[in-house]
Design a protein around this ligand. Sequence first.
Ligand SMILES: CC(C)(COP(=O)(O)OP(=O)(O)OC[C@H]1O[C@@H](n2cnc3c(N)ncnc32)[C@H](O)[C@@H]1OP(=O)(O)O)[C@@H](O)C(=O)NCCC(=O)NCCS
Length: 236
Amino acid sequence: MCGIGRTLSDVVARKVGRTGAGPVSERRMTFRELQFLWYSDLYRYTGRTSLHLLFSQLLFCDGNVHTNDGFKYSFYLRLCKYLRTAQPRFVMYPLYVVAVRMLCRYRYKFGISLSHATSVGSGLYIGHTTGIVVNDFAVIGKNCNLSQGVTIGQTNRGKRRGTPSLGDNVYIGPGAKIIGGIRVGNNVAIGANCVVLEDVPDNAVVVGVPGRIVSYNGSQDYVNKTDYDKAAKLRG
Ligand SMILES: CC(C)(COP(=O)(O)OP(=O)(O)OC[C@H]1O[C@@H](n2cnc3c(N)ncnc32)[C@H](O)[C@@H]1OP(=O)(O)O)[C@@H](O)C(=O)NCCC(=O)NCCS
């Protein structure tokens, strides 16, 4: 989960033909992209972006109600992803090893198993930590809300063998499970404790076990503070 043995798992993934581009095809991330991801995540929590805010979120997380464990985890998640391919290798690789150690530490501390090998779009929001498990090969789109007890995992056989692929602006309620090689569309809201086993179209609201669509009201009002692109342009 922490990047060890990745080459082998990439080979295996290609052979079994899993869904999700996750760790299989990795492009080098620029520092600007890293900055954008950090700020997009920060904006989802606070509605603001600044270096001062970023450091205060990182430094005063423990036991402080005004700060967010989820952001702290995201910070190292993004950093590991950047350092993994950053150049020059002889400088960046030792930093990568330290960052991975930090991510592993927070993985146990906050109970989040979301690897930096997983493909995660900008604006990730982890409302509450603990019990979050995401398969390395899952794909998460932009502005996803993860809640406590969420599992995004694989199924190992049958017609939906594989891992889920999530669109943009997806809200996943507490305890929800999304499993198998399915596609969840954009602006989807998944209810608390729902078990999603089939493809979900855009704007659907899914509840229950197994998940059924109850409306097409989408994830509006559940997924907020997503206009960080505009905010970044305003700041220049
Ligand atoms: C799925 C969800 C996003 C839908 O919200 P919504 O679009 O406003 O829909 P409604 O609440 O009007 O519910 C629509 C129907 O689904 C049912 N429903 C809603 N959530 C459900 C759930 N988690 N499980 C089973 N049924 C559910 C409602 O009873 C309602 O049924 P009815 O039409 O027969 O009365 C919302 O219900 C939900 O689960 N939110 C999670 C909230 C939460 O856990 N917050 C804590 C965060 S820490």
